[in-house]
Every structure is written in C-alpha cells, then in structure tokens.
Design a protein around this ligand. Structure first.
Ligand code: AMP
Length: 282
C-alpha cells in the first residue's frame, strides 16, 4: 500500500493504472477508521481493480465552534487497517495541498442541502460538496463509495454528480452498527461510558417510528413528536426527527412509498445522527 500526500504523485500513479486498463474505486473518509469505513472499502474492492482511500479532515465542512480541531486523528492505526484490507493507495493530503489558495469557487447543492443537518450546520454541505468534487477531480474514479449512515450527504452527492454530469458511479453502502444498534461513527469515541449506554436509544426511536409508520394508525407528524419527546425524556437534546421522502428529503405524506426517517440529537456535547429506510406498500 502506498501513502501519498501529493496530488501530482497520486495522479501519476493513477495514470499508469488507467493506461493498464484498470478500474478505480474511491472511498473518501475523514479517518479514525472503524468497521463502517472498512465495509465501504471491502465493497469497493469487490467492484474495481484498484482502491484509493482518502483521509482528509476537511476544515470547510466544520462550522465555527464545531469539533474540527478535536476531531480524532489516528493516522497510524488507520494506515494499518487499510493495509490489512488490501487498499492500493491511501491519499492523505495536507489542508494546504487541497486548498493552496483562497479559493473563489464552491459547489453548493440547493434544496436537499437546506433542511435537517443543513439547517443545523450552515455551510456544512457546501463544504462537503466542494471537497468531494475536488477529490473526484483529483482521483477521477470510476466508482465512489458512500455510507447510508450519512443519508443527507449521500443525497447531496448524488444530486451534485447528476447535475454536474460527473463521470463517476456513486455506490451506497448500508449502515454498519454496533451489536446494540448504535450506528458506528468516529464521534462515538467522544461519549462517556454512561452516554455510550444511552446512545442506542437513538436507533431504537427510529425502529419504533418505522413500526408505527407500517402500522398506519398514527399521523407522521405525531410519530415525529412522540419520538422527539421519547428522546428528550432519555436525556438527549433532539435536533430533528423527520419522516421524509427518500428522493428529495421533503416531509413525507401518507401515500408516499419510499421513506427515510432522519434523526439528529445531542448527548452532552456529542451530536449523533442516524436514519432508517421504510418501504410502504399501498
Ligand atoms: P467520515 O469519515 O465520517 O466522513 O465517513 C466516511 C464515509 O464512511 C462516509 O461515506 C460515511 O457515510 C461512511 N460511514 C461512516 N460511518 C458509517 C457506518 N457506520 N456504516 C457505513 N458507512 C459509514
């Protein structure tokens, strides 16, 4: 496995692979790798000749007062994990390599970026779309792999790729969970022992809402209120609990068939997000 920090060096290697007719898969990450990230890598390996993983904690997707400087950086352990699963290249650029000048261009995806996490974290999805667009232009992969764990992010990336005719196939990978249901996340390491015991209730609230939606007896807005109240009673500070249409993340109505329930809530200082998909037969 090669560790490359320099865009020119990476491009030279990628060029050789392309000349040899090899397909290239790309998995962008912010590091502090866990089994969720490795599931993306393994899915990528099965679908391409070469796999590039990036590790880059992108400053432009963090707001003022968010955890950019505290975000867990575990580069050595990450490299070992990627080596073990047989990644070809880990691309670990510096902030200056990715943003060498004060850039005048950004990628902004309207509508699907605006509600849910977009409302709570202004500018976050502009930062995500811009860095992913830049990374796509650097790597020029055939396929790129994203987790359903960050469902709104996936929706934003899909819209960007479609709208800008980017020549890359986006592959989504289901959320990997701990045994008690908690979605794996680098931010889980911020939780105290007590908070870690509480945290699976986020997924439990999603499962309860899914069952209620399938039951078809309670209006969606009441399910949202009920689960928000449940989370608050368990000591969370819920940010949103939203039953949405999968394709545009707008409020779902009775009769919609492809639904995603999105939740974000804080425990102490840690903000956790999760989601669950529901298919309804009318
Ligand atoms: P991050 O390092 O948090 O930016 O995540 C990098 C990629 O891994 C994103 O596409 C995430 O959606 C994905 N990811 C993070 N956690 C999980 C998980 N528990 N299951 C599946 N994919 C995940």
């Amino acid at each position: 496995m090669k560790c490359i920090a320099d865009i020119k060096v990476l491009r030279e290697l990628l060029k050789q692979w392309r000349i040899a007719g090899e397909s290239i898969a790309f998995v962008p990450t912010m590091g502090n790798l866990h089994a969720g990230h490795l599931q993306l890598v393994n899915t990528a390996k099965a679908q391409a000749d070469r796999v590039v993983v990036s590790i880059f904690v992108n400053p432009t997707q963090f707001g003022v007062g968010e955890d950019f400087s505290l975000y867990p950086r575990t580069e050595h352990a990450d490299q070992e994990k990627l080596q073990d699963v047989g990644v070809d290249v880990v691309f670990m650029p510096s902030v200056e390599e990715v943003y060498p000048v004060n850039e005048l261009t950004k990628v902004s995806v309207s509508q699907v970026s605006e509600n849910h996490c977009g409302a709570a974290r202004p500018g976050h999805f502009d930062g995500v779309a811009t860095v992913v667009c830049k990374l796509f232009n650097i790597v020029q992969p055939d396929k790129a792999f994203f987790g359903e764990k960050d469902f709104q992010q996936l929706t934003v990336i899909n819209a960007m790729v479609a709208d800008l005719n980017l020549p890359v196939d986006i592959v989504s990978v289901p959320t990997v969970r701990e045994l008690d249901g908690l979605a794996m996340s680098s931010r889980n390491s911020y939780l105290t022992v007590e908070q870690r015991e509480q945290a699976p209730q986020l997924y439990q609230s999603l499962c309860a809402a899914k069952a209620l939606i399938r039951d078809k007896k309670i209006a969606y807005v009441d399910i949202e209120k009920q689960q928000t109240k449940f989370l608050a009673e368990q000591g969370f500070r819920p940010d949103y609990f939203s039953i949405c249409r999968r394709y545009d993340l707008k409020t779902a109505e009775q009769g919609d068939t492809e639904i995603v329930i999105l939740v974000a809530a804080k425990i102490g200082k840690t903000r956790l997000i999760d989601n669950i998909q529901v298919d309804i037969e009318n």
